[in-house]
Write a protein that binds this ligand. Structure first.
Ligand code: ADP
Length: 499
């Protein structure tokens, strides 16, 4: 407590008395204080309106105000002053009860700091965040939430979520915040606002020390663009599937129907050959002049049979290509029967069926123990038959052929590798070899460029993949990945029905 005078012009004046607490608080002895003016204790930056306070006091009212004092050692001391005017021996004096409020100020500062930190943290995310009381009034919200309706966070406080975002006067049906409140567990929902935006919302109950729901938090994300893109993607992929199916049946029908006239052409080349034979037989006994006979025999013995052979070869080639096309198309339609496949047994079968070619090529085939996979036995057999057939077919005659099949399990994938030391594939053909009818130019071995297309189709349909690494003159490695055993929900499982 400090007792001090009021100067003749009505301002606080010299200190008359101070108690022990005041002496300790300001760090001055009583004598020192009594030699000072009360204004000497005020911090120069203190914004207190002294004249107004004295006027109030003169009017007979007590005044409560906050002030910053300076201690003897220069420390700033925030205080709360309760001042009262007294009449001391006929002259006015002021009795001030001064309370140190440093601790309260510190807590207020700390609270402000926490509040600022909370805003910074909440505004750091682009996700919308709101905190509600149990009656869905917004207690606080971050910037993202406020900006989603063109407002500032403070504008949202006290309003209800359904008014702010939906323009409704009652809660939305399926409100995740209400569900979180009522079930006391997290709840999610996707809601559409009247302006067509879609928000993905997650809400969690906030429990007090007694385990009661005292508030609800909600996170929200604007997923309008994503949902729109997903819908567009689905639409496009459906359209693409329809187109693909249409194209496939068209190609299938075309390949199928082209075969009949082709067989006709082939049949008639035989007819023509026989007809020309008959002509030749007749001409032999016809006694033609030698120069005519010689010219005709050039035609009949050489040019015509050669032309017929070209026609027949062309027809045979076209027939084989159409046959290949049909095989590829049929592959897409074949029903898949997914089972766990014992790959050691399957590869042994594949090698046994190819024993003749392997012996012919004098190749050495080594099969490591292989992991099982999940697939359709006939299709997987076909896939590896094609790879092994190529490995044998494209060996380099200049060196002893070695083919090796290895495998390992990599989590959800069974990975296999068919490796040969054959002639290899030039880099520019590496990806193309999987395309329909693509063959590396200059191959001596017969083929129609369909085997690897079939390999890739099978791998795709079974939810796997295939790729190749190769070096000319060194050899090739075909890597096949298929779903491992026990892998549920592989893409193949969805395709098990006929296409
Ligand atoms: P095809 O064997 O009937 O030509 P594929 O589709 O099976 O058709 O193969 C396409 C091409 O890829 C082959 O013509 C060949 O040039 C190349 N190729 C495939 N496998 C191998 C291999 N193991 N080594 C070298 N070249 C290969």
């Amino acid at each position: 407590m400090v007792l001090h005078r009021v100067t003749p012009d009505g301002l606080p004046g010299e200190i008359l008395e101070a108690n022990d607490v005041a002496c300790r608080m300001f760090g001055h002895s009583r004598a020192e204080l009594q030699s000072m003016d009360i204004a000497g204790l005020d911090a120069p930056e203190s914004p207190v309106d002294v004249r107004r306070i004295v006027d109030e006091l003169r009017a007979g009212r007590d005044v409560l105000f906050e002030q910053t004092h300076v201690t003897r050692d220069g420390r700033r001391l925030p205080v709360e002053v309760h001042a009262r005017m007294l009449d001391l021996e006929g002259r006015p004096a002021i009795l001030s009860t001064v309370r140190d409020i440093s601790e309260r100020r510190r807590m207020e500062d700390e609270l402000r700091r926490l509040e600022r930190e909370k805003s910074l943290v909440l505004d750091a995310t682009s996700e919308m965040f709101s905190y509600y009381d149990t009656d869905l009034h917004i207690r606080w919200a971050n910037r993202a939430a406020a900006e989603s309706v063109g407002l500032k966070p403070a504008d949202l406080v006290g309003r209800r979520c359904y008014e702010v975002w939906q323009g409704r006067s009652d809660p939305c049906p399926d409100c995740p915040v209400l569900r979180a409140r009522d079930t006391r567990t997290a709840a999610e929902a996707e809601v559409t606002t009247p302006d067509g935006r879609i928000f993905a919302l997650r809400s969690y109950p906030v429990l007090d020390e007694a385990g009661e729901v005292c508030g609800l938090v909600e996170f929200g994300r604007d997923v309008t663009e994503r949902r729109r893109a997903e819908r567009e993607r689905e639409r496009l992929s459906r359209a693409l599937e329809d187109r693909n199916r249409e194209l496939q049946s068209l190609m299938y029908a075309a390949s199928h129907d082209l075969r009949a006239p082709l067989l006709n052409v082939y049949g008639f080349t035989g007819e023509l050959r026989r007809a020309f034979e008959a002509v030749r037989a007749r001409l032999a006994g016809a006694g033609l002049p030698p120069e005519i006979r010689d010219r005709l025999s050039d035609l009949l013995d050489r040019d015509i049979p050669e032309a017929l052979e070209f026609i027949a070869a062309g027809v045979r080639k076209t027939e084989s290509l159409l046959g290949g096309l049909l095989r590829v198309f049929r592959l897409g339609r074949a029903e898949l029967l997914l089972v766990d496949i014992d790959m050691d047994a399957l590869l042994a079968e594949v090698v046994a069926a190819m024993r003749f070619q392997i012996q012919e090529a004098r190749a050495e085939v080594h099969i490591d123990p292989l992991p099982k996979c999940r697939g359709d036995t006939a299709q997987v057999n076909r896939l590896f038959t094609n790879l092994l057939d190529n490995a044998v077919k494209y060996l380099d005659p200049a060196r002893h052929g070695r083919i090796r099949i290895t495998g390992r399990c990599d989590g959800e994938r069974a990975c296999y590798c068919v490796q040969d030391n054959g002639r290899g594939i030039p880099p520019q053909h590496l990806e193309k070899v999987f395309e329909l009818f693509h063959r590396v130019p200059g191959q001596a071995s017969a083929g129609d460029g369909i085997g690897l297309t079939i390999v890739r189709r099978i791998a795709d349909r079974l939810g796997g993949r295939v790729r190749v690494e190769s070096e000319v003159g060194v050899g090739s490695r075909f890597f096949v990945e298929l779903p491992a055993v026990g892998e549920a929900g592989s893409p193949a499982a969805d395709q098990a029905a006929p296409a």
